[in-house]
Design a protein around this ligand. Sequence first.
Ligand SMILES: C[S@@+](CC[C@H](N)C(=O)[O-])C[C@H]1O[C@@H](n2cnc3c(N)ncnc32)[C@H](O)[C@@H]1O
Length: 218
Amino acid sequence: MDSSVRFWNRNAERYARRPIADQGAYAKKIALTQQYLSADMEVLEFGCGTGGTALQHAPKVRHYLATDVSDRMIEIAGRRSAEAAIANVDFRVASLDELYRQQQRFDAVLGLSILHLLRDPDAAIRQVFSLLKPGGVFISNTVCLRDTYPFLKPVAVLARLLRIAPFVKFLSRTELEASLEGAGFEIQHRWVPKTSKEVYFLIATKPGRRQQSDQVEG
Ligand SMILES: C[S@@+](CC[C@H](N)C(=O)[O-])C[C@H]1O[C@@H](n2cnc3c(N)ncnc32)[C@H](O)[C@@H]1O
């Protein structure tokens, strides 16, 4: 099993119990995201963790597929989803690579607190671009430590060796934007929360006209 999967499986229960650090910033991100969601949309979230955000957004769209590489995270998310009785969300253990190889395409993709945890975020961004339908939207929330705490890099390396932290890539905001634009995205919205300057919240769209679906249920 991949060391990242082992790390997140080990830490899933603790992650589920952890309170949201900044409720105000979280609420703003939910509201900004929902400006781009609509009732006819097929949405994918990768790296969904224990599913809290998925359960907030699912009632706003037609179907929400929430995925994670950690089966422990998905187990907890499934439990929460059953408790919340939200019918249009599916939680599935899957990597972005696996999703990319499937035929399904989405109106929106969410990648929250995940790009900086990947060895090759550029490749992931290109895969997200391919997973989106024309006019689709990619909403991401990424920790950019190169801009804010570059001196923490040796600490991050040590923490990973001691297995108390996952792999973290020290990205910059400029690099992240270049990566999105290089893949073909147009950036629509940029936001750095006042209380956590290392966080970069971005909304980007794939060029093209979104086909409105007429299969809205309910
Ligand atoms: C920091 S947590 C973020 C969880 C959730 N998105 C949130 O904002 O609370 C990172 C999550 O990404 C998952 N993850 C790590 N590497 C992944 C990968 N290559 N593909 C998909 N998920 C991954 C982990 O299992 C973990 O649940």
